[in-house]
Ligand binder design. Structure first.
Ligand code: ARG
Length: 495
């Protein structure tokens, strides 16, 4: 197609400059985008979920423009009025999102101009979509991090509830998935509380670096208008612990880096990894070979062919979705790696992985809080339907695994044997117990004394599961007295 043809084929200039994408930029363009390119480059059908942040950012910007006398008070009032109507249109579903207008920013701005005329066109003074989108994503993510913080707390409370009910329940502790030593089931639950506590701390830390204002950086270099960036930051709640505004200090960095989103996805990945480890344990524990726990039926599914089955679909899916979130981290970090300063369109690709990470993490945390701790029954004021434990099955498994062998070795050490010799002696005792198909504590004293003459009848206290548990009373150990100290610490912290 010749230039002349292309020009003559272009649509007539529209009265609303943002009506079609070819017109969104300027008269400089000689041909409109093809439908394929429009679809390829547009982001409105996913970034429209940023609309609240976009409007909040625009209102804060307009308020500041008016305060700085860059726009008039009348224009500011018109912008406020227009945005109120747009908010209502979006909330009611009446707002018409247009692919032609590429993204959430141009859609809202075009509608504003349609509603309030020139005031709408003045909103973009001293601003670019580059600092606008960076601001929107940060504002939106900040809100989501807060919700995730609440959910992480709920999950921790569920785990603490289960821990509290099961401090004295004895579970085989594993290393290499081989029975190692008896541990309190409550202690085991609190291990996950520690993990999710650190996840919450990581989220809070990411929030601090997310809650920083890019607006005022304009396209990349700052702007010629006398903007008051700190005023905008204050309006948007982008403040530090002392209430002082926090703004990005370099315009090039402000519009281009998405490290806060990458960090968030990394923190989310770690959190999902913790969920995945818990899932794996729930799946193992509820298999018939273990039979340690049950989860409520509503988190399981049957099999279409094997009538006896109850499959732990929820934990399995959570384990699977962990791969998906870790994949988003890889996607985002790779997205960033080859980009020269400053903004590049590559960054539009930050949204879908970020949105999906947030959705997946939130759903997973919500469902796990309920699956582990149950649901509040308003009639009784108690939570019901969390995981149920089978202490007898756990105890049988501990016994089959000679989990008190270390205790016997420690006993001999206390009688003066070097640890290595004690270790070897106990190995013989375990071999004998295996032959007799019994636990160490079931071997007669005479048999035990055959392994070492210093073994006395006080050994049976040491070989008991409870004795073994109570003996591990170092700080952070599994002795129920220690577990209760930790429980109190978590309760105080979680309120
Ligand atoms: N939709 C774009 C994004 O998500 C907005 C910024 C576009 N800026 C630009 N100069 N093309 O990144």
């Amino acid at each position: 197609m010749s230039k002349a043809q292309a020009t003559s084929a272009a649509p007539a200039p529209s009265h609303n400059q943002l009506d079609t994408k070819a017109q969104a930029w300027s008269a400089l363009f000689e041909e409109p985008m093809s439908d394929l390119v429009k679809r390829y480059t547009s982001s409105v059908f996913f970034d429209k979920r940023l609309w609240q942040a976009d409007i909040a950012g625009s209102l804060a910007h307009a308020e500041m423009l008016a305060a700085q006398a860059v726009i008039s008070a009348e224009d500011h009032a018109s912008i406020q009025r227009g945005m109120a109507q747009i908010t209502q249109e979006i909330e009611s579903g009446a707002f018409e999102w247009k692919l032609d207008l590429e993204d959430v920013h141009l859609n809202i701005e075009a509608r504003l101009t349609q509603l309030v005329g020139d005031a709408g066109k003045r909103l973009h003074t001293g601003r670019s979509r580059n600092d606008q989108v960076a601001t929107d994503v940060r504002l939106w993510l900040r809100g989501e991090i807060d919700l995730i913080g609440d959910l992480l707390k709920e999950l921790q409370v569920s785990l603490v509830d289960v821990a509290e009910q099961n401090v004295d329940v004895i579970l085989p502790g594993f290393t290499h998935l081989q029975v190692a030593q008896p541990v309190s089931f409550g202690h085991h639950m609190l291990a996950y509380v520690e993990m999710f506590k650190r996840d919450a701390e990581r989220m809070a830390d990411v929030r601090r670096r997310t809650n920083v204002l890019p607006l005022g950086s304009a396209a990349l270099a700052g702007t010629t208008y006398p903007l008051d960036r700190e005023r905008v930051a204050k309006t948007l709640g982008m403040v530090d612990a002392n209430g002082s505004p926090v703004v990005c200090q370099n315009s090039l960095d402000a519009v281009s880096d998405r490290d806060f989103a990458i960090e968030f996805t990394a923190a989310a990945s770690l959190c999902m990894v913790h969920v995945s480890r818990l899932s794996e344990e729930l799946i193992i524990w509820m298999s018939q070979n273990f039979g340690f726990i049950k989860i409520a039926d509503r988190f399981t599914t049957g099999s279409s062919i094997m009538p006896q089955k109850k499959n732990p679909d929820v934990p399995e899916l959570a384990r699977g979705k962990t791969g998906r979130v870790v994949g988003h981290l890889m996607g985002l970090i790779t997205l960033m790696k080859g980009q020269p300063l400053a903004y590049n369109k590559d960054n539009q690709e930050d949204k879908e992985p970020l949105f999906d990470t947030v959705d997946t993490l939130k759903d997973t945390l919500r469902i796990f809080a309920e699956m582990v701790g149950g649901q509040l029954n308003p009639a009784t004021g108690h939570k019901e339907g969390g995981i149920t434990v089978n202490p007898q099955a756990m105890e049988n498994a501990v016994k089959r695994g000679y989990a008190t062998a270390t205790d016997l070795a420690d006993y001999l050490v206390k009688k003066g044997l070097p640890f290595r010799d004690a270790h070897e002696t106990v190995a013989h005792a375990v071999k004998a117990a295996t032959t007799h198909a019994c636990d160490l504590s079931e071997l007669p004293l005479a048999v035990l004394q055959g392994f070492h003459p210093q073994i006395d009848k006080d050994v049976y206290e040491v070989l008991s599961l409870r004795g073994s548990l109570n003996a591990r009373s170092t700080l952070g150990g599994t002795a129920p007295a220690q577990v209760r100290i930790q429980l109190a610490r978590h309760r105080a912290r979680l309120g």
